[in-house]
Design a protein around this ligand. Structure first.
Ligand code: ADP
Length: 607
């Protein structure tokens, strides 16, 4: 079985560090609770024997009442204090919970994209965020240190009460201690089994969540209806949930045996102890008040031992959850050396060079990009064309620094990309990707990637107009402040595919980075909007180096140079006219695409 990545003591120290940083009050109060609770528990067992002693020891009624009253008052006071401080402690834990929870998101956002795409990393992320989930208002991770204090409290109680009981018989201490160890062994075996299953369960839960979330997505909801996929999806869901239920049943069965063993042990432990005490009383070895004290001490003592074991087993379970969280949070970051600085390249359009670049996706059998070499001169508008699956988007992601070449190197103004810190390099590049997903912010915020207060509204508006959204802006009552996403905002709006693509173009223009990369930016646009982009492309890309990716060959005629990519290799290169003249693959593809328009035109009722 795989060993947990971190020991319990290491996880304890980790939690302690975070508590110290974010919830000092909770830490202080948890420590304070230890002596107070032990004191109260002692008063609880002392009270009945005090009453018996006062009543049988010939004390006056007033004296007996006063003594008992004082102890009861102390008990009451202690409970009230614990209750009040408990609320303060829980409130103070909030920040710690929030911080540990947000660690996962922070890590997800900071991971190198290529690493983040890996299934192994996605699984780690999934398990880590499960570890930080709240159940009934409690986040188990909070409890690591608290269980530590619980353990300390129970241990001190065990020693104190053990000392009291050992006055009656040391055998009692031995019996009350040894029996629950059996419980611990059972619980540990169960926890280990559960831990060993987690890889399988994470995988299953992810699939279940994925299938369950499909109907919630407007895009897939359409497909599901029109392609009658509902019953197939239901079958998928039932099959997966069947597997999950099978595991749940198996877990419940094992849990039942653990509880059963626990019950048996309690029976043997308490029964044996009480029998021994009664025997001693009948032998005249202890008085009535001592009998009462020991009797109460025994039942209390058992709970100290149980407390020690349960704190240990709960700390063990929490520790495993913390392992899940830390394995992801500590996942090694991959970054450039950081010697190069983006600000040194901001001023002018950069020169780009791909030198013998190959790229293979993790787990793939062969390279997607094969030994690719080409240059983009400063200020050049380069078009990258090619059939589906040729590797165009992969190349864009390489250029954007989202993937690292498997071999070879990419240079910006002669500096290898690996010399930049990734975050810094991203400042140099403004891409528009094919797949468009807008969040629930306002139009202005989406364009700037910042809050409204930090957005240059005029510039955002100009960029939206330049991207072809002027008419749309005018049609919206809230204009640039219109919120996206109808699911989240009652007064929100949904954009069409083409509008969303234009918005992404506006975002790229707003960023005003020296390297502009447009990956199929017109795929979702109507012909008018498309031709507008072509005519305005030079204005948009003024003073920048630009890469324009498209599978539509006719769309690239306005670029300085065209690269034809096929199966991850550059098969032809030149201007539109040169490539047509060359009468090669480009010409073949171009003729294939344009023949439909020509036939239309020849038909006389052209578009
Ligand atoms: P294009 O943009 O030219 O249509 P892509 O760069 O998207 O082509 O894809 C090139 C090849 O790489 C395709 O065969 C595709 O299946 C594969 N591919 C794309 N993305 C991934 C990925 N994340 N993991 C594995 N293979 C991928």
């Amino acid at each position: 079985m795989k060993k947990p990545a971190y020991s319990m003591s290491s996880n304890f120290a980790w939690s302690l560090g975070y508590l110290l940083k974010y919830s000092k009050t909770a830490l202080f109060l948890s420590a304070l609770f230890v002596p107070v609770r032990i004191g109260l528990r002692y008063l609880e067992i002392y009270l009945p024997s005090l009453v018996v002693e006062e009543v049988t020891g010939g004390q006056t009624f007033r004296h007996a009442l006063l003594d008992t009253g004082v102890v009861m008052l102390l008990l009451l006071l202690g409970q009230v204090i614990l209750l009040a401080l408990g609320h303060v402690k829980d409130a103070s834990l909030g920040l710690y919970r929030y911080q540990t929870g947000s660690l996962v998101t922070r890590k997800e956002l900071s991971l190198f994209y290529q690493t983040y795409e890996r299934k192994e990393v996605r699984d780690l992320a999934n398990r880590a965020s499960r570890a930080t989930e709240m159940w009934n208002g409690v986040q188990p991770l909070t409890d690591m240190v608290l269980h530590g204090f619980g353990f300390l409290e129970n241990l001190l109680g065990y020693l104190l009460f053990g000392a009291v009981i050992s006055f009656a018989s040391p055998w009692l201490v031995l019996l009350l201690t040894a029996a629950p160890l059996v419980n611990l062994a059972c619980v540990k075996a169960y926890n280990r089994w559960e831990y060993a299953q987690r890889d399988k369960m994470t995988d299953l839960d992810q699939k279940l969540e994925y299938v369950a979330a499909l109907p919630d997505d407007f895009q897939t909801a359409k497909d599901i209806r029109i392609y009658s996929m509902a019953s197939w999806l239901r079958e998928c869901y039932q099959d997966l949930s069947g597997q999950r239920m099978k595991w749940n049943r198996s877990a419940a069965r094992k849990g039942f045996f653990v509880r059963g063993a626990e019950f048996l042990v309690i029976l043997v432990r308490d029964g044996g102890a009480y029998a021994l005490l009664i025997h001693m009383f009948y032998q005249g070895q202890i008085s009535v008040s001592e009998f009462v004290l020991y009797f109460a001490a025994i039942s209390s003592f058992a709970s100290w031992v149980d407390g020690i074991l349960s704190c240990l087993s709960q700390a063990h379970a929490v520790s495993l959850k913390l392992c899940d969280l830390r394995e992801f949070v500590d996942y090694p970051q991959e970054d450039g050396s950081g010697a190069a600085k983006a600000k040194d390249h901001m001023g002018a359009a950069p020169r780009i060079e791909f030198r013998n670049v190959s790229f293979r996706y993790d787990g793939a059998g062969q390279d997607t990009i094969h030994n690719l070499s080409f240059q983009m001169e400063s200020g050049e508008k380069l078009a990258l064309v090619g059939p589906n699956g040729a590797g165009k988007t992969t190349l864009v992601k390489l250029l954007c620094g989202l993937y690292r070449p498997t071999s070879g190197e990419i240079f910006l103004n002669g500096v290898p990309l690996s010399d930049f810190k990734r975050e810094d390099y991203y400042k140099l590049i403004a891409p528009v990707f094919q797949e468009v997903r807008t969040a629930f912010f306002t139009l202005a915020e989406t364009v700037s990637g910042k809050s409204t207060a930090d957005t240059d509204l005029e510039r955002a508006r100009d960029c939206m107009i330049q991207a072809g959204l002027g008419a749309k802006l005018e049609s919206l009552p809230n204009g640039i402040h219109t919120k996206l996403n109808k699911k989240i905002h009652e007064d929100g709006t949904e954009l069409s595919g083409g509008e969303a693509q234009k918005l992404m173009l506006a975002r790229a223009l707003y960023k005003d980075a020296p390297l502009l990369v447009l990956d199929e930016p017109t795929a979702a646009l109507d012909p008018i909007a498309e031709s507008r982009i072509y005519t305005e492309f030079n204005a948009m890309a003024k003073g920048k180096t630009a890469l324009f990716v498209s599978h539509r060959l006719a769309s690239t005629a306005f670029c300085d140079r065209i690269l034809l990519l096929d199966h991850g290799e550059i098969v032809e290169e030149g201007t539109h006219q040169e490539l047509l003249k060359a009468n090669g693959k480009y010409k073949e593809l171009f003729d294939m695409q344009s023949c439909w328009y020509q036939e239309d035109a020849q038909g006389g009722d052209g578009v």
